[in-house]
Design a protein around this ligand. Structure first.
Ligand code: SF4
Length: 281
């Protein structure tokens, strides 16, 4: 049985840097606080908590002498302002590519365009992008395009982890209704690379395993992407979710993981598959 792990699987550089910053800050200051989970992965959050990186609901819950870490996918402006007002030590772990989306969406608004953000409703990254401009419309599927009020000029950006196919469908639907559209493709390059590798691997493998939390929209998207090309696709959170019967009569296994899946979980899955391989031999 051949096992292939997609090169871009797992942490993107933005998440990796944010997690490392959280560990460093916890070590330096004893504790560091975050407003919500740093990544959508229960194992990572638990490990960080043990190291002193704690999750709180509001800035008021942070002790005055401890730093606050603002997460990779961006933060609404009020939180920035309030953290400064409270004189908290702010550690900015915002991914540079998210900062870039913020700049671009503001530039589109400055051109006098009504802003459309293609992304998941309620997702932290999408809310932080939306907060940069006045009254943007968030669209997650092509069906939602009909909710957009008639307008002449729009500027469109997307959440960094969107699937290009979904974005294309939405842009096509927008073109039917709007005359003047300027679209900046803000899907980030680690996401594009990861998606392309999954598409290729799913077509050439007998079985696809996607590792990621079921609470991560990004990981669910990867599973969907693989499943569209290979019905024999399963999502797991860690090695213990693997079932021996999935591997019977399988000659090639492709593995990928969401941007919030740490390396040790990927390694654990690989090791478990090697054990299963031995059992089946
Ligand atoms: S998914 Fe892309 S934009 Fe988001 S943190 Fe990772 S590299 Fe940055």
């Amino acid at each position: 049985m051949k096992i292939t792990i997609a090169k871009s699987s797992g942490y993107c550089f933005g998440v990796r840097d944010a997690v490392n910053l959280a560990y460093d800050a916890a070590e330096k200051h004893g504790e560091v606080y975050m407003l919500g989970d740093i990544v959508h992965n229960e194992n990572v959050v638990k490990d960080l908590e043990e190291a002193g990186a704690k999750v709180v609901d509001k800035l008021d819950d942070i002790p005055k002498d401890k730093p606050v870490l603002l997460r990779a996918h961006g933060t609404i402006q009020d939180t920035w302002k309030n953290a400064k007002k409270k004189n908290l030590n702010i550690i900015d772990a915002t991914c540079p590519l998210v900062h870039e989306i913020h700049r671009e969406v503001k530039m589109l608004e400055d051109e006098g365009r009504k802003i459309v953000i293609i992304g998941d409703h309620g997702h932290d990254e999408v809310m932080a992008i939306a907060d940069q401009v006045k009254n943007p419309t968030i669209i997650s599927t092509k069906e939602e395009v009909s909710l957009l009020k008639r307008t002449r000029k729009i500027g469109v950006v997307s959440q960094s982890t969107q699937m290009i196919e979904n974005v294309q469908e939405i842009i096509n639907a927008l073109m039917v209704r709007i005359v003047d559209i300027r679209f900046i493709n803000t899907i980030c390059f680690p996401t594009k690379r990861n998606h392309e590798q999954i598409k290729d691997l799913a077509k050439t493998s007998d079985l696809m395993i996607i590792i990621g939390s079921f609470t991560s929209a990004n990981s669910k998207r990867l599973t969907e992407l693989a499943k569209q090309r290979n019905e024999n696709t399963f999502q797991v959170t860690c090695a213990s979710d693997l079932k021996i019967e999935w591997f019977e009569n399988i000659k090639s296994v492709g593995i990928s993981a969401g941007a919030s899946t740490p390396d040790y979980l990927i390694k654990g899955v690989e090791n478990r598959i090697n054990e299963i391989k031995e059992t089946l031999n």
